[in-house]
Structures are given as structure tokens and as C-alpha cells.
Design a binder for this molecule. Structure first.
Ligand SMILES: [Zn+2]
Ligand SMILES: [Zn+2]
Length: 219
């Protein structure tokens, strides 16, 4: 009986077609969507393989889902560049790889000076069958008790250090940007109100974004 031989071999790297960009296992890539009207798929390359002669290169892609592709859909706190690391994998032709991208942790994403086209962030793993997220709880902020959406401007209370959406404290974004000091309804005193009027500009910095004082279910 003839022995079965593996005709596929594992590659350490692959150069994206018509570019000089090299991808390796562990890298994140953009892959051509099934319909050109759709945004590119975001995937983590877990393995690269070819036939015995180095042709017919395929990658094992672990998909990142966009919020709108998840069972629960896109929610208000989801960022425009947010993706969820799913448990869904496919063997894909390397020809569909369009380019490299970076999927940042939530923390490093909020510290980017500028968000490029190829920058994404991931704070949840996603089970594509059950729709469950890990972690299933996340810090919430503001009177509206929402998780932080890094696309949204928030102002921090100098008293309790919670973050607030300008709209939730009856302020325009312009007004919020011009404040040097802000005290929320709970922390506000007459003295602090005077201070508030005397200064300008407090945009949120990201150092306190990880504050997890209150928690609630994410779904
Ligand atoms: Zn709010
Ligand atoms: Zn406060």
C-alpha cells in the first residue's frame, strides 16, 4: 500500500503579490471581500503553506469581525475601527491578500497620535456561533453608563474622575473642548463652578481610560 505523503509545505513568510510587503504568521492582513462594495476583511494569518514547489500559497486566516457582522450588530459604543477577534478560521488563497494592517489593543489604539487607514483595534474576542464576547463585561462611563467609544469626545470630571459625553451633560462639543475644569452634577459646588468658568480646554487624555470603577454586562 502506498504511503500518503504531504504535498503541502509550511512557509515562514509570503510576499504580497505586486508589493514588496512580507507577511509572517501572526501578522494581520486585509483581504479582498467577496463583493467590491464591502470593506476589506481583516484577518490574522496563523499559518502559510504552499504546494511542494512553492506555488498555490494559502493562508490560514482567523477572521476579525466588524461590529455589524456580529449577531448583536453595531452598537453605539463600538468604534469605527473596532474589530472582534473571532474563532472562525478559513484556508484562503494568498492572492486575496491586499495588504498588511495593524490591529491594536484598545489601550494602544487610544494612544495613537493619528489613526491611519490600516489601524484597527480589538478589545473583545467573539464566538461566531453563540455571539458571545470575551470579556463579557467592560468598564462603563458617563450618566448613560456606556463603554468608551474612542471616536467620541469625552470630558473628565475633576472630582470623581468619571468621563462624560458633552451631550449627556447638556454641552456642545465646542464648549466641552474649551473647559479647563469640569465637575459633574454630583461633584459640582459653587466654588468649583467658578473655577470652571475661569479656564479653558480639557480634552480627554487616554491615561485614565482603563478605569474600571463600574461594570455592567456588555450585552
Ligand atoms: Zn453619556
Ligand atoms: Zn464628578
Amino acid at each position: 500500500m502506498a504511503k500518503t505523503r504531504t504535498t503541502r509545505k509550511t512557509l515562514d513568510s509570503y510576499t504580497i503579490k505586486s508589493t514588496n510587503k512580507i507577511i509572517k504568521p501572526g501578522d494581520c492582513v486585509l483581504m479582498r471581500p467577496a463583493h467590491s462594495s464591502k470593506p476589506s476583511y481583516v484577518a490574522k494569518v496563523e499559518k502559510i503553506e504552499s504546494d511542494a514547489r512553492g506555488g498555490n500559497v494559502k493562508v490560514l486566516a482567523r477572521w476579525y469581525y466588524r461590529p455589524e457582522e456580529s449577531i448583536g450588530g453595531r452598537r453605539q459604543f463600538h468604534g469605527s475601527k473596532e474589530v472582534f477577534l473571532s474563532d472562525h478560521r478559513d484556508l484562503q488563497s494568498a492572492d486575496t491578500i491586499e495588504g498588511k494592517c495593524t490591529v491594536h489593543s484598545f489601550k494602544s489604539y487610544t494612544k495613537l497620535d493619528a489613526v491611519g487607514n490600516d489601524d484597527y483595534f480589538c478589545r473583545f474576542e467573539y464566538n461566531s456561533v453563540t455571539g458571545a464576547f470575551v470579556p463579557d463585561r467592560v468598564a462603563v462611563y458617563c450618566k448613560c453608563e456606556m463603554p468608551y467609544n474612542p471616536d467620541d469626545l469625552m470630558v473628565q470630571c475633576d472630582g470623581c474622575a468619571d468621563w462624560f459625553h458633552p451631550a449627556c451633560i447638556e454641552m456642545t462639543p465646542e464648549e466641552a473642548k474649551q473647559m479647563e475644569h469640569f465637575y459633574c452634577g454630583n461633584c459640582s459646588t459653587e466654588e468649583q463652578k467658578l473655577l470652571q468658568n475661569a479656564h479653558a480646554t480639557s480634552r480627554h487624555t487616554d491615561t485614565k481610560v482603563g478605569t474600571k470603577r463600574r461594570r455592567r454586562n456588555q450585552t
